[in-house]
Design a protein around this ligand. Structure first.
Ligand code: NAD
Ligand code: AHE
Ligand code: ZN
Ligand code: ZN
Length: 369
């Protein structure tokens, strides 16, 4: 079938709106009509050429919501008409990783996903007879896409697509990092570096679990008001701190953070996030995706003296199990998504969405098909 897609032909170039061809679903696959997709910082990162796994030409996008229109042979858990959220971290429930109960990083299809291919090693998208690659197993920047059954969370049908698409990455990543990865307890003092589409969801996760201090750190003063609305109790702009930022944060938190979160992708900030943690027990979670080749460093003494450095992908969430619950939290009014979606646009204006993010003017821009 013909579908409308924003194609990334090469790194560093704007997306191009094209009519591309999409083959139907094969064994274990599902054809989804995409209804809405968020634009995440990671799409920009890959488009920039900084992602070692970034392959071109590809159809980017990994933060979508839509409706099942067809299923391939052997698909049992989904049927035509089901509402779904694509999962770049699938949940097969049978691989060594899924059954370990220690991680959400299902590896069943990770190798082919990283090569921009479906699990059978081929692409469903093409243009003029030449294959176009999938991205993160999702390719939500197309109005129809094909995904493996294990990479779709079935969600309730009364939830609005243009809001719950954000649960496909940013909301789950931020709230999940607090609840599933760091397992922050009530009364904790916390520092969040980067108050964008991810960091603001970390903040609302911290408020949900009853954190005491929620310190937000961002160089963009425009982020203070919205972060306070979501639960931030103290704002620190590094540009306004005279002297050492780490020392300032340790003093502000009365000895260091019980938990810190890096939501930027800057390795210097990752070091600050670790080192502002409390001696003996502070835990720092890396969420930000750093450029290819970048490395983190600190004095090992920071770890010897009890700080711990961990990371989180997709908030530690098991997609098919946890994403429907997060949709319920939104529908029950327990989490706020609406105020984080600052812009909506048709697919034809998707490059404007990337520009808004680059200028720090949007929290989330959402393409509505
Ligand atoms: P964003 O651009 O919306 O937000 C980043 C924020 O950091 C901005 O408010 C910016 O002003 C601030 N900032 C930049 N440099 C800073 C500095 N030196 N000090 C303080 N603040 C600074 O980005 P986002 O969508 O929130 O994504 C954040 C990061 O998380 C990206 O690297 C993205 O790729 C990554 N990410 C990771 C996962 C995961 O599963 N681990 C999921 C989604 C996104
Ligand atoms: N491809 C990059 C790494 C990118 C990365 O870390 N992706 C996160 C999700 S970011 C969503 O916005 C992730 O889930 N990683 C786990 C995984 O298996 O990809 C690189 O460095 O190669
Ligand atoms: Zn993302
Ligand atoms: Zn698995």
């Amino acid at each position: 079938m013909d579908v409308r897609a924003a194609v990334a032909f090469e790194a560093g170039k704007p997306l191009s709106i094209e009519t591309v061809q999409l083959q139907g679903p094969r064994e274990g696959e599902v054809l989804v009509e995409m209804k809405a997709t968020g634009i995440c910082h990671t799409d920009k990162y890959t488009l920039s050429g900084a992602d070692p796994e970034g392959l071109f030409p590809a159809i980017l996008g990994h933060e979508g919501a839509g409706v099942v229109v067809d299923v391939g042979p052997g698909v049992r858990s989904l049927k035509k008409g089901d509402h779904v959220i694509p999962l770049y971290t699938p949940e097969c429930r049978e691989c060594e990783y899924c059954t370990s109960q220690k991680t959400n990083l299902c590896q069943k299809i990770r190798v082919t996903q990283g090569r921009g291919l479906m699990p059978d090693g081929s692409s469903r998208f093409s243009l003029g007879g030449k294959p176009i690659l999938h991205y993160m197993g999702c390719s939500t920047f197309a109005n129809y896409t094909v995904l493996p059954e294990i990479a779709l969370a079935k969600v309730r049908e009364d939830a609005p697509f243009d809001k719950i698409c954000y649960i496909g990455c940013g909301v789950t990543t931020g709230i999940g990092a607090v609840i599933f990865t760091a397992k922050v307890e009530a009364g904790a003092n916390c520092v969040v570096f980067g108050l964008g589409g991810i960091g603001l969801n970390v903040i609302q996760g911290l408020r949900m679990v009853g954190a005491n201090m929620i310190v937000g750190v961002d160089m963009n003063p425009g982020r203070e008001a919205i972060a306070r609305q979501f639960g931030m109790t103290h704002f620190v702009n590094p540009k306004d701190v005279k002297g050492d930022l780490v020392g300032h944060l340790v003093e502000l938190t009365g000895g260091g953070a019980d938990y810190s979160f890096e939501c930027i992708g800057n390795v210097q900030v990752m070091r600050q996030a670790l080192e502002c943690c409390h001696k003996g027990w502070g835990v720092s979670t890396i969420i930000g995706v750093a450029p290819a080749g970048a490395e983190i460093s600190t004095r090992p003494f920071q770890l010897v003296t009890g700080r711990r450095w961990i990371g989180s992908a997709f908030g530690g969430a098991r997609g098919r199990t946890d994403v429907p619950k997060i949709v319920d939290w939104y529908m029950d009014g327990r989490i706020n998504i609406d105020d984080l979606i600052t812009h909506t646009m048709p697919l034809e204006q998707i490059n404007d969405g990337f520009a808004l993010m680059e200028r720090g003017e949007s929290i989330r821009a959402v393409v509505v098909y």
